[in-house]
Design a protein around this ligand. Sequence first.
Ligand code: FAD
Ligand code: FES
Length: 499
Amino acid sequence: MNVKKENISYWTKSSQFNQFPQLTQDLQTDVLIIGGGIASILAAYQLAKAGREVTVLEGRHLSQGTTAGTTAKITAQHHLLYQNFIKQRSEEEARLYYEAQTDGINVIRNLADEYNIDCDMETLSSIQVTIGESEKKIRKEYEAYQKLGINGDLHEKDMGLPFETTMGLEMYDQAQFHPLKFLAGMVEVCVDLGVTFFEETMVKKIDGNTVETESGQEVSFNQLICATHYPIVNIKHNLLFHLEIERSYIVAVKDHTPIPYAMFQVADIPERSLRHYITEDGLGLLVGGENHVTGAKDDVEVGYERLAYDAKALFNVDHIEDKWSAQDMMTADKMPLIGRYSKNDDRIFVITGFNKFGMATAGVGSLVLRDLLMGQSNKYEELLKPSRIDTLSSQIKATAKKAFSAIKGQTKAVKDYRTDRDALHTDEAGIFLTDGKFEAVYKDDEGTEHAVSPFCTHMGCVLSFNNGEKTWDCACHGSRFDCDGKVLHGPASTDLTQQ
Ligand SMILES: Cc1cc2nc3c(=O)[nH]c(=O)nc-3n(C[C@H](O)[C@H](O)[C@H](O)COP(=O)(O)OP(=O)(O)OC[C@H]3O[C@@H](n4cnc5c(N)ncnc54)[C@H](O)[C@@H]3O)c2cc1C
Ligand code: FES
């Protein structure tokens, strides 16, 4: 059998985490955190530091979910969002959001400092640039910066990148790092503070004050944080209908025309995210972009090809060192969902919906969650609370509803299936109807067929093949499975049945 494995990020390849055991017996804990990405580890730290007994259950391995695929800019510059936040919310809330993100940046920077974690942390500016097309939007965003008192400047000139730009909007005092070196260090700090970690321990459902794991253990808790990226769905909540999952791609190159000392985002279409990273033998460059709803694109490999083309054409590169992709939860109002899962329930909390800006957001989220679980108020609690979605404007709700109806339409209805299995080429996949049964089949490059059920084990949506990673992806809530049906990314917690 010769199946290409998922592309592995540079962060994963160049970091080392302590290993933790699988949970094999029932357990009782004060605070239980499900998930082991950046949101979980920072919350575990804050709560342990506040004197709480914390247990973390990770379904696979710590920080190998979306956090392993990030670009790792720690920034409050989230595209050109502040002008919209002022319009859709208010000046006061937009200002509060900037303050929250700035606190989040400082949480991460200060922790790396305090615990002396060697994680390539650099303080630098984040700059939105345009080749001319987005000048109007950038000027408007600068007006928003001025109203909100954001520490930034507008430069009406070429920004010194290897391709011509006409304008740049700079936000000062931002940061970037090696996310997994930082988190590996934070896991050690957490262990010293008494946090207990379990890996390969997938939680199947939450029932009252107990969770049940895939292999049948029960863990009871006083309070629980669901930091699973897509929230566990056996608890009904409106927020589940307001989350969309978007995948994007990154290519990493080593020898290239250097970029000025800052992180960049090209605001024009196609958007590109640029930053340097530190390697053993010099600086590398990350080029990210090509977003699409997970499972909703036919030829995923094209995303990598487009990024590679830009890297080669714009940065004088002839070799792509690494490439990977990841997905993040998007919310209808572009703000994260952090707080009580249900309005008046002080037992279960959630942190998700980072809209591709999960680093600083996880930083501030850890403070919000610590305060809420400790029975204290937090100045960002109202702004970020999940129950705000009940009072969103009708326009935002309509957008979310449309996305949800599109998703509902994919459940159980296989629209494009084939019957001619002999016509399947090597390194090709399709959904086949054989003897009245649907099968998702991938034929690897040695001609071996891998046949699994085409229905996602989460809520039954039909899967689509990702030819870039050789996985079956679900457009509904972003679950992903390898071609033999093993879950690679939740919310699904059960493998696909092999056919
Ligand atoms: C391509 C890309 C680039 C990005 N770039 C940036 C950037 O430059 N700056 C920035 O701030 N943000 C960026 N982001 C966003 C950021 O990376 C994410 O928001 C963040 O990493 C999400 O962290 P998390 O802890 O919520 O999720 P994850 O890292 O996915 O962690 C969730 C964990 O929960 C586990 N889990 C799931 N279900 C269960 C279960 N039932 N039981 C037990 N465990 C479970 C998973 O295995 C996983 O390890 C980017 C995102 C993408 C996709
Ligand atoms: S049905 Fe929810 S992830 Fe597939």
